[in-house]
Design a protein around this ligand. Structure first.
Ligand SMILES: Cc1ncc(COP(=O)(O)O)c(C=O)c1O
Length: 384
């Protein structure tokens, strides 16, 4: 009865099944900031979401002008409200862009390792996500040669995440120039997911903090983000697409047509946008402090575990822990849950090569330290 775009097997994987059956555990995978004891401006948020204007409905395909203007002010770099289309989330923005750019059977090149949702977001629009692996030598690099040779007749767009999740890799200026030149030469659009751009940490000097700061690129570029990470408010459901450069702006009219079929952004999210964005810098500072403190706790703990190491965290909310791959990362994560009562993500969930676990840096510091204390010993002891 269902379309072949959906997964054939919807059963939970082994780790998820184990998680459901284990009673208590320390969650070092948490990516939901509202569950991490962060200092939200609760009264301001409640007030912002109950503005008097929520009582009237003004349909606008691209989103309320006031909300788009607030996002444009927040983004800076000369971004104007005219070039912004509001969505309910970044995930929805992907869906709209895939509908805009591709026909069923077309493909988009996606980064690997990365956020695991791209495959399904593409597939649900009838497109194929074709991962192109990045590689790590002292830092992460896009494999530009692999990217160029992966382009086929039905390729419509290239997707990059700046900084990537969970590797934290920020695009370098050289990568950006090569990427936009390649897309222009091959007639492709470039989708840049910048949901974590406000969270730089150990970024090298040549990193590109946001592609919006770059001069108008030679190919259509769509930049995505939203309140989910910018203001740590995933529940508000407000994301955006910025058409960056004149060749993306030329596609705004069909994008508006598409958005008009959904009109999915709520009046309350739009009315609250300006006030919520004013709170964003304070939340970003709180999260930045949290992430830094947890990373330092990890570095201190790793001194006693010389067989383990961590990769640099250029940006974002995660850290990659490197371990000797004596068993699969999934088995290791399963063992950590059962033996140490700590949940971590195996690297393979993000297409990482063997020998990586992914830890969230968002948990409260005391809980993160306790989780490390309980688990690190077991990471390097395959046989109990
Ligand atoms: C790289 C990346 N893009 C997009 C999203 C989804 O964001 P949203 O909540 O706005 O749909 C996530 C969620 O974690 C993410 O990691």
């Amino acid at each position: 009865m269902t379309s072949s775009r959906l997964p054939a097997d919807l059963r939970a994987n082994t780790l998820e099944e184990a998680r459901r059956s284990v009673g208590e555990y320390i969650d070092l995978t948490v990516s939901n900031p509202t569950r991490c004891g962060l200092p939200y401006a609760q009264d301001t948020i409640r007030q912002a979401l109950s503005e008097p204007s929520v009582l009237t409905y003004e349909a606008d395909a691209a989103g309320a002008w006031s909300a788009r203007s607030a996002v444009a002010r927040w983004l800076g770099h000369g971004v104007t409200a005219e070039t912004i289309v509001l969505t309910a989330s970044t995930s929805e923005a992907y869906g709209w862009l895939f509908k805009l750019l591709g026909d069923p059977g077309d493909d988009v090149l996606t980064p690997a390792p990365s956020y695991p949702l791209f495959e399904w977001l593409a597939r649900l629009e009838g497109l194929r996500a074709r991962p192109v692996p990045s590689y790590f030598v002292h830092r992460w690099h896009l494999d530009l040669e692999a990217l160029a040779s992966a382009i086929q007749e039905r390729t419509r767009a290239v997707l990059v995440v700046n900084p990537n999740n969970p590797t934290g890799h920020f695009l370098s200026r050289a990568e950006w120039d090569a990427l936009t030149t390649l897309c222009a030469q091959r007639g492709l659009a470039l989708i840049v997911d910048e949901v974590f751009a406000d969270y730089p940490l150990e970024a090298p000097p040549d990193h590109l903090p946001t592609v919006l700061a770059s001069p108008a690129p030679p190919c259509p570029v769509f930049v995505l983000s939203g309140l989910s990470k910018v203001a740590a408010l995933p529940q508000v459901k407000l994301g955006w697409i910025v058409a960056h450069g004149s060749s993306a702006e030329a596609l705004l009219e069909p994008l508006h047509f598409l958005a008009d079929q959904y009109l999915s952004v709520s009046a309350s999210a739009q009315a609250a946008a300006s006030a919520l964005l004013e709170e964003a810098p304070a939340m970003q500072r709180a999260i930045g402090d949290r992430v830094k403190a947890n990373l330092q706790a990890l570095d201190e703990a790793l001194v006693s575990h010389p067989q383990l190491s961590r990769l640099p965290v250029e940006g974002g909310w995660s850290v990659l822990l490197r371990r000797p791959a004596l068993e699969s990362d999934e088995l290791c994560a399963l063992r950590l849950l059962q033996q140490a009562g700590v949940l971590v993500q195996p690297g393979q969930a993000f297409d990482l090569p063997p020998g990586h676990l992914v830890l969230s840096l968002l948990p409260p510091e005391w809980l993160f330290r306790l989780g490390l204390e309980r688990m690190l010993h077991w990471v390097s002891v395959p046989q109990a």
